[in-house]
Design a protein around this ligand. Structure first.
Ligand code: FEO
Length: 395
């Protein structure tokens, strides 16, 4: 169903209330999501993006119920990932000669996924624009690596709407579409979770892109991403958030992540948590048993943290697979400006803490020398090292 966004701009996307995971099973969805597509009906009729492949036939049928598809003058494909390009095949089965405006890399990703189907691609670069009549233009801004090499944003002059695609999005289903209608607490949590788990590795690129966008002196009446709410109430607040998130973001928080076999490493995790709270009552401390936790939510907590502590017992001359898998994900996200410390128990050989320190260094953390490393169950002597460890993490 077409819904008015502003003037002749409508939302024609799909609200995915049932979605439980995204990117396969790699991203947990707690509050639904949406794939936002937009229809602009000026002298030219333009479709901005489509929806995910499983919904392609509904998408095309809905669109048909709103307009004669042959009236679409062109499609803008801001990004080739299938949650936005996944209906292009069904759509171009109906309108095979409809031009598609996208980046050179999007040609590669769309053809790579769906094959060469005689698409009428028109490659655009930053600053290119198209007149759509009634004094309005679409201006393209390449958003390379935000978060794919093919990503771009499209700005509609006159209405001053930035169709930002994934940037500024959230996996959050909101029936009323707009940010002022959403639960603000959930909205900002989901925006941060999206940033932590998807955009964090590209923070330095994002920082430069935000400066570039600022230098264009654009007015933003709305920022309309491809997931979650449309920012219409104080739309630049999400740009301000991104500006702080891409710049070594941290709050006064320490996050402790561990897994345990016979509760020895768990005992150390709890001792560190209690000590940090005692040492600095202002700091927020959170503890996660990673095998039992949602890894994406834990990454969001890491984003908020100024330091983390990571624990595993030694097993098979290494660390527990739950910690190893999570740490590989941690490395991919390339957090910067954070401290980390390692702890764990061992029975026979005792490699885990050294391995954890190496992994944390590889992941870009400033690793403290102090460790808590306990042979068998942590005893008083082992736990006597906790205050020094905690102080070093907090300093
Ligand atoms: Fe929402 Fe990168 O796709």
């Amino acid at each position: 169903m077409k819904r008015r966004v502003k003037n002749n701009v409508s939302w024609v996307g799909y609200i995915d209330w049932e979605l439980e995971t995204f990117h396969g099973d790699d991203y947990s969805i707690r509050h639904g999501s949406s794939q936002n597509a937009y229809l602009i009906e000026e002298e030219k009729t333009v479709l901005i993006d489509t929806v995910w492949t499983p919904h392609r036939f509904d998408f095309v049928e809905n669109l048909k119920s709103e307009i004669d598809l042959s009236k679409i003058d062109f499609i803008v494909a801001n990004h080739g990932e299938c949650d936005h390009s996944g209906s292009l095949t069904a759509l171009t089965d109906e309108i095979p000669t409809c031009p598609i405006y996208c980046t050179q890399n999007a040609v590669k990703s769309i053809e790579g996924q769906y094959g060469k189907r005689g698409w009428d691609f028109h490659v655009v670069k930053t600053g290119d624009s198209i007149d759509i009549g009634n004094g309005k233009k679409l201006v393209f801004v390449e958003m390379q690596m935000l978060h794919w090499p093919d990503s771009m944003a499209t700005y509609l002059t006159g209405d001053n709407i930035l169709f930002s695609n994934d940037a500024f999005g959230q996996h959050f289903a909101v029936e009323e579409l707009f940010n002022d209608k959403a639960d603000q607490c959930v909205l900002f949590h989901e925006a941060m979770k999206y940033y932590a788990n998807i955009l964090m590795p590209f923070s330095s690129i994002l920082k430069r892109k935000l400066q570039e966008i600022a230098s264009l002196d654009l007015v933003f009446d709305m920022i309309a991403p491809s997931h979650g709410v449309i920012w219409r109430d104080n739309p630049t607040q999400i740009i301000e958030k991104y500006a702080s998130w891409c710049d070594d973001y941290k709050e006064n928080q320490v996050t402790i992540v561990y897994d345990t076999m016979w509760n020895g490493t768990e005992k150390i995790a709890h001792a560190i948590s209690e000590e940090i709270a005692k040492e600095d009552p202002e700091v927020v401390v959170k503890v996660f048993s990673i095998a039992k936790s949602d890894k994406n939510e834990v990454m969001t907590e890491v984003m908020k943290s100024k330091a983390i502590a990571l624990g595993s017992p030694t097993v098979g001359r290494s660390i527990l697979s739950s910690v190893a898998g999570w740490t590989e994900f941690l490395k991919q996200l390339r957090f910067t400006g954070k401290k980390a410390g390692a702890f764990g128990c061992y029975g026979w050989s005792g490699e885990s803490v050294k391995i954890l320190q190496g992994l944390l260094k590889d992941a870009g953390f400033d690793v403290i020398e102090e460790t808590i490393f306990s042979n068998w169950n942590p005893d008083e002597e082992d736990l006597s090292k906790v205050p020094v460890f905690a102080k070093s993490l907090l300093s």
